[in-house]
Design a protein around this ligand. Structure first.
Ligand code: MN
Length: 290
């Protein structure tokens, strides 16, 4: 069984642009090695937005060296990037953006959601790339709710939506550079589940909502993350209240992590180069608004 090695709590909220009230659950500076290949987890909301005619979110900004993965629970997020990628995702959908060699993108509430307003909740995960793939061309995957297999747990305990990796006989649709498990898990109050992440992989359980006991140990509340041992393969969870969870698993990338802001590379020189390339316009620019 994978026991808990540490628990992280959501910190104070800060605004990312004017659209995302975010708690950073972990970041690469303090947790990049421990949670490799995962670099960062931001949890935005839950919040209720009033209707507006304005564009709320974050304007054009770069990334290089990793992937950003956005899961929406409530609301709608629209994305456009310099590689021609773009799309709008809503509840249950996922954007998997590969920045790799470099991209410029913007992230906003969709126009339709901004106009109606309402509840908003999403997470964004940053997934590192091995050094050999940091120079890959950028890419973009829209993973809609309908393409994500949902596996019913025995006894009506709940549901596992497999975004990436394999759960039981279902393979998630996300294409990844290294082995990644990303599962959206829903448990009913009182339900118990046993989930398997292969031994030697990084594993962590994030509580989006509800309250759970992990193994025989600690009780986690909303916005808590349990970092689990790499040894063992069994993650045992009991929902003390109806729960929305994210289970992360991944093969660690055993390489130096040097990052600053939106760039995560292996050396300081590569970070300096990323800033120089961005300033010189070499990460591209957004197409004119349609
Ligand atoms: Mn971004």
């Amino acid at each position: 069984m994978k026991n808990i090695t540490s628990i992280r709590h959501g910190g104070p909220r800060h605004w990312v642009g004017d659209g995302f009230p975010v708690q950073t659950i972990f970041g690469y500076t303090d947790a990049g090695a421990e949670l490799s290949p995962f670099l960062l987890l931001d949890y935005a909301g839950p919040a209720v937005f009033a209707p507006t005619a304005q564009k709320r979110g974050v304007g054009p900004h770069p990334h290089r060296g990793f992937e950003t993965v956005t899961l929406v629970y409530d609301g709608e997020v629209a994305h456009r990037d310099s590689a021609g990628g773009g799309g709008t995702i809503g509840p249950g959908d996922v954007q998997w953006m590969t920045a790799a060699s470099g991209i410029v993108h913007e992230e906003f509430h969709s126009r339709a959601f901004a106009e109606t307003g309402g509840p908003f909740e999403m997470i964004q995960l940053w997934v590192n790339l091995p050094a050999k793939d940091k120079s890959a061309p950028p890419a973009y995957q829209t993973i809609t709710r309908a393409t994500i297999p949902a596996v019913e747990l025995p006894g009506g305990a709940g549901l596992v939506r497999v975004v990436a990796g394999r759960f039981q006989d279902q393979q998630g649709p996300a294409r990844t550079f290294t082995p990644i498990d990303l599962w959206d898990v829903r448990l009913g109050a009182g339900a118990k589940a046993e989930l398997r992440i292969p031994s030697a992989r990084t594993a962590a359980l994030f509580v989006v909502g509800g309250r759970v006991r992990v193994g025989t140990g600690a009780v986690l509340e909303a916005a808590d993350l349990a970092v689990l041992e790499r040894d063992g393969d069994l993650v045992s969870v009991e929902a003390l209240a109806e729960a929305k969870l994210i289970l992360l698993g991944g093969e660690p990338i055993d390489e130096p992590i040097v990052g600053e802001g939106p760039f995560v590379m292996n050396t300081r020189a590569e970070i300096d180069e990323a800033f120089a390339d961005y300033r010189a316009g070499r990460l591209g620019r957004l197409p004119a608004q349609a």
